[in-house]
Design a protein around this ligand. Structure first.
Ligand code: ADP
Length: 180
């Protein structure tokens, strides 16, 4: 089973991604996490990724595709995965031909997203007000078209991300049962 979780920053993708990973017994993978690990490296690539992320910008599509393909080629991802943070642009979605089964869209308003990110327990280096606003702006500009791309392909499941963690988990579970 190959699943994508998509939604605005602060929508709860990693919370639900990890819960779903336990339920289905397939690994959860987030491109944000991968990039944060690379950003720690004292290499030219590490420094470049760190600066790009801290400014709230996206890593270029070709670099992102290269890194994601390398990860997904690893043995632990051969039975499937839950992918968070990718594809984030239509170019990434079009280039990514991995036989995705479902795309779960966690729908949360900008207001709720901003509130959650400002009070996130674990503060990240890119969680400045300017950085968060930039990421939300880029979500509308680049990632909403990706949601429409998968809707047209009939793969999209829309879930209300403003409910409780348990209710959202159940909605995701039910939507996967229905389409199984
Ligand atoms: P958030 O969902 O809060 O924006 P993520 O952890 O998903 O945080 O991503 C953090 C940063 O990593 C992004 O702002 C961007 O710079 C980079 N990034 C993650 N995924 C992608 C992607 N698919 N394409 C380009 N850049 C990405």
């Amino acid at each position: 089973m190959k699943i994508i979780i998509i939604g605005i920053q602060g929508a709860g993708k990693s919370t639900q991604g990890n819960l779903l990973s336990k339920e289905l017994g397939i690994p959860y993978l987030s491109t944000g996490h991968i990039f944060r690990e690379i950003a720690k490296e004292h290499t030219a690539l590490g420094r470049y990724i760190k600066e790009t992320m801290n400014a709230g910008y996206l890593i270029p599509d070709d670099k992102t595709l290269e890194i994601v393909s390398e990860y997904l080629g690893r043995p632990e991802y051969q039975k499937g995965y839950i992918l968070d943070g990718f594809p984030r642009t239509t170019a990434q979605a079009e280039a990514f031909k991995n036989g995705i089964n479902k795309v779960i869209y966690l729908k949360v308003s900008d207001k709720e997203a901003l509130w959650r990110l400002s009070y996130r327990d674990e503060q990240r280096e890119d969680d400045t007000i300017a950085g968060i606003r930039k990421r939300i702006e880029l979500f509308h500009k680049f990632t909403e078209p990706v949601i429409e791309y998968y809707r047209q392909k009939g793969l999209l499941v829309e879930v209300d991300g403003e409910k409780s963690i348990e209710e959202i988990q159940k909605s995701i579970h039910d939507s996967l049962q229905k389409s199984a």
